[in-house]
Design a protein around this ligand. Sequence first.
Ligand code: ZN
Length: 677
Amino acid sequence: MRKLAIMLITVFACSAYAKDKTEEFNYNVEQFADLGILRYSVTGWNDLSLNQKKLIYYLSEAAIDGRDILFDQNNRYNLAIRRTLEAIYTNFKGDKTSKDYKEFVVYLKRVWFSNGIHHHYGEEKFLPGFSQDFFSRAVRSLPKSLIQTRKDQSTDAFLKEIIPVMFDPALYLKKVNQDSSVDVIVNSANNYYGEGVTQKEVEDFYSAMKDSTDLRPVAFGLNSRLVKKNGKLTELVYKINGLYSPAIERIVFNLKQAAKYAENEQQKKVIDLLIDFYKTGSLKKYDEYSIQWVKDTNSTVDFVNGFTESYGDPLGIKASWESLVNFKDPNATALTQTVSENARWFEEHSPVDERFKKKEVKGITAKVITAAILGGDCYPATPIGINLPNSNWIRKDFGSKSVTITNITEAYEKAAAGSGFNQEFVYGDYEKDLMAKYSSQTDNLHTDLHECLGHASGQLLPGVDQDALKVYGSTIEEARADLFGLYYIADIKMLELGLLDNPEAYKAEYYKYMMNGLLTQLARIEPGKDIEEAHMRNRALIANWVLENGKDEKVVELIRQNGKTYVMINDYDKTRVLIGKLLAEIQRIKSEGDFEGAQNLVEKYAVKVNIDIHREILERYAKLNIAPYKGFVNPYYKIEKDASGNIKDILPCYTESYTEQMLRYSKEHSHLPTYND
Ligand code: ZN
């Protein structure tokens, strides 16, 4: 039934009516293991020109062409395993109802999701739920040409090599090992360093390259594998005619196509510099490219394509390949601009003591974007915001681009709407109605207020050390930004500026915030544990403080009904007054560097968990069967040609299933040999 529903919708979306029909769009694709697969809608596509669509099309091809690189970076056996599993999947003639086969399909889907055999988030190796015997038989029944043997290797020898990689829990245990008591390079299963290379050797190798007098250093080691050859360390650089050349050649081919449709000279320069970088592997070129990329602020279409984030290397030197192609969401960007332009008014009218206010306040403008394709380390699991480049001196001297990705956030929200979450945890019809009507609008607005104003507001008193609050610093900073947003989202100014259209709307944010801080965020804490993460602590701090300080007047209450605990806000006006009071106090603590004040608030309100409520929330949450981790299938872009073969239009289509997409990418965008060592 569900499959049919998806088909109907997507056939519609692929037709000439490919409009932004979000209400008919099916955001949930499928769920397996601990993963939920969603789909995002490329909202605003029809407002783009044909040239912009072509530009995005070629950039999106380039975004998928690097997929194999990431698989190989994550572990040297990932491509062999993925290709073997795909061959079994497409050639399987046995019993598809058996437990082994079903477990096999789940394992394959997990390998696709993680771009390898390690969990994308936890980094630990996940084990197959099918037997080694099932696997061996399936491999042996494949045509010889599909078995991923090395040169002159027998099938037996191949199985002997590959089976422990998949099945032995002790081998390649963790992709990234951060345990400081062991050699983090030797004990990490990633493929950034060759066999036998030690942590000490890596550290010595790269510190010898550093020149402390260079104020503009390149990111040494970013785009290479460090290996030992005849006992000597040497870098295999990712570039054309270097490591990963076949994939990089395809990326460059598509970047060249894209360059033809660049929106302006600056954007063309950016693409050309990136091509130069891929040709030469020169990190100086990479910095030149990054600087020009930061300066390209006028284009509608934008992209990330390259060796970018270094979370996959425990030493943070090597970068994984990723790509994201996007275009500006003009309406949402205008909203953040409105917020930012009025930064001074907000600062002047805040309930904070005059001494702690900034005299010259400049809001931060974040660009709001629509994702058109996710690739490499942004796919299928993807961030909802990005701030690049990572080079510190480029950020300082040239700035950075901060983006939030609205259509991804929207997909998360819409997918969650059908999960039963609000039905379970929101108290009554009045509150449910508020949330349904306003919460997606107020959520985005609160994020803007938090990012563009909250963090940019306030000042330290002269002589106060910015690290004075030590371990409590980030919780207090996040609380300050959240409170600033909460205080103003209820202000009549929101309606005057056209940021909200109903004076009741803010109540949705208040209810959601209190419910999250007091109850539902506990679902992410393991039984018996305290709250650790700074954002979660800040939410607990604010919610518990308001609950406690409004107790006498019952401003906010926790009530029990049918054995379940709910949040009840009895007086929204007084809730805002309390929020203003706490904002003033938190800003005082920050401005004065009052360590004890910070410690008292955080330890009293933000760390400890009520054991009974925690247990109850975990039980209620478990019943909803919500996947803890999410990822996305991309749209595919369909080219329409006129009678003489010219491109007439390009349409995003939403018909592909997760499996279809992964198999297509492996067929059309798989350019590397199975073994790259
Ligand atoms: Zn923040």
